[in-house]
Design a protein around this ligand. Sequence first.
Ligand SMILES: C[S@@+](CC[C@H](N)C(=O)[O-])C[C@H]1O[C@@H](n2cnc3c(N)ncnc32)[C@H](O)[C@@H]1O
Length: 174
Amino acid sequence: MRGYFGVGVEGISKPLNLGAVMRTAHAFGASFVFTVGADHRVRDVQRSDTSSAYDHVPYYDWDSLDDLVLPMGCALVGVELVDGAVDLPTFKHPAAAAYVLGREKGSLSDEMLARCAHVVKIPTKFCVNVGLAAAITLYDRTLAMGGWPERPLMPGGKELGDAGTWVTPKRSRR
Ligand SMILES: C[S@@+](CC[C@H](N)C(=O)[O-])C[C@H]1O[C@@H](n2cnc3c(N)ncnc32)[C@H](O)[C@@H]1O
């Protein structure tokens, strides 16, 4: 995949949710993870993060928004269900991005939203769990930027042929 990304949470209140976000970020190949103003105990987070993201992905724990520093050219992307946000399926992901999500009881602060270069929303009827929102966002990035081939017209998948190139599967006879 081209580019890189980080994933963070503002004001996270539940260690298990932070662990889920970190595990998801690790699994999708995040270059770094971060929290802003988090209230958590590391041991609790590790209990829910069986992938031990701390050992493999750089973690930044910033006290406040003023402390947040991103690599040059890295766009801060807010993930929040707010009016005016861009629908995620129509969003062009920046090559270098840091996705930031809100706490479980609450949302991204107005200050954080103002700091974001983009704000995206997942088209759901109501908010989903923060860990799930992170997974959906990263899956969308993977779909958009992972270099996957176009899907076939007919139901089913594509498979690799002998030459190592994608072939269209034979249609089953009825
Ligand atoms: C459970 S939600 C917060 C609760 C929510 N503000 C409420 O009271 O309805 C936790 C975080 O997950 C993310 N999130 C959940 N659903 C989302 C959606 N449909 N679109 C974008 N972000 C979402 C946001 O970052 C949000 O701050």
